[in-house]
Design a binder for this molecule. Structure first.
Ligand code: CUA
Length: 256
């Protein structure tokens, strides 16, 4: 084979290869709705977390990641919403990953990073920091709840966490339980604790059990023993004294 022929063959093969790559990328975007990485934004770094509503189906969330939390800590959007996520940090480098989606951003001081996510179905998402950022790194979690369009209420977009004064509530906060559970009936990463005692609880796998005292004790001490249907197996084993465990179970009984 002459050099000219060989050259022509290489040019044809590499052109076909490039076209195939573009074709696959176009297919991924159009058929499978895969989001491609975008350019850096020209938004100035911000210090305040907020949710901006552009239309009933289009939201913009400014997330501030800082030692050691995300602001806003909870965001609620209706199913079908397109959410533009901007991420900034005033202190050190953090990460942001939204479990169950392909959102994965770095928060770098002085820079704003951006991603667009479309949420089709109601679901509770956990937002975590994936960059080791210091002693409180593992506490950096937030929730993004996608709720049914019919039940979505614009006032709930970034609800304030309840300010409880009960000493056991404070203990639950200190043990990080309230990052995922609530006492006001709202569901997030974990089921609400309101009315938990005796509640008929549907488990992953289909069976339903009553949440009696033995169930509560087991669910606290061995979180992965039974997983409630619709939630993920993400609860860490808490460190509790017998006294604290008793105190918490007594408190749960009062949450009618
Ligand atoms: Cu922020 Cu890890």
């Amino acid at each position: 084979m002459s050099v000219i022929h060989l050259e022509r063959r290489i040019i044809i093969i590499s052109t076909l290869f490039a076209l195939t790559l573009f074709g696959l990328a176009a297919m991924a975007i159009n058929l499978f709705h895969v989001g491609l990485p975008t350019c850096l934004t020209d938004i100035k770094p911000f210090q305040k977390g907020e949710v901006i509503t552009h239309s009933p189906n289009h939201f913009e969330v400014h997330y501030v990641s800082k030692m050691w939390k995300f602001e806003p800590e909870e965001v609620v959007v209706p199913a079908g919403a397109t959410v533009d996520i901007y991420l900034s940090t005033p202190d050190v480098t953090h990460g942001m990953i939204l479990i169950g989606t392909d959102l994965n951003l770095m928060a770098v001081p002085g820079v704003v990073n951006y991603a667009r996510v479309k949420f089709d179905k109601p679901r509770n998402y956990q937002l975590l920091c994936h960059e080791f950022c210091g002693t409180g790194h593992e506490r950096m979690a937030a929730t993004l709840r996608v709720v049914d369009q019919a039940t979505f209420d614009a006032r709930q977009i970034a609800p304030k966490p309840p300010q409880e004064t009960d000493p056991t509530y404070k203990l639950l906060e200190a043990k990080d339980c309230m990052t995922c559970h609530s006492v006001d009936g709202s569901e997030s990463i974990g089921p609400t604790l309101k009315g938990i005692l005796g509640r008929a609880t549907k488990l992953k796998g289909g069976s339903t059990v009553p949440a009696d005292e033995a169930y509560l004790r087991e669910s606290i001490l061995v979180p992965d023993a039974k997983i409630v249907d619709g939630f993920d197996d993400v609860m860490p084993k808490p460190e509790l004294t017998d006294e604290e465990l008793k105190q918490i179970i007594e408190y749960l009984k009062t949450l009618k």
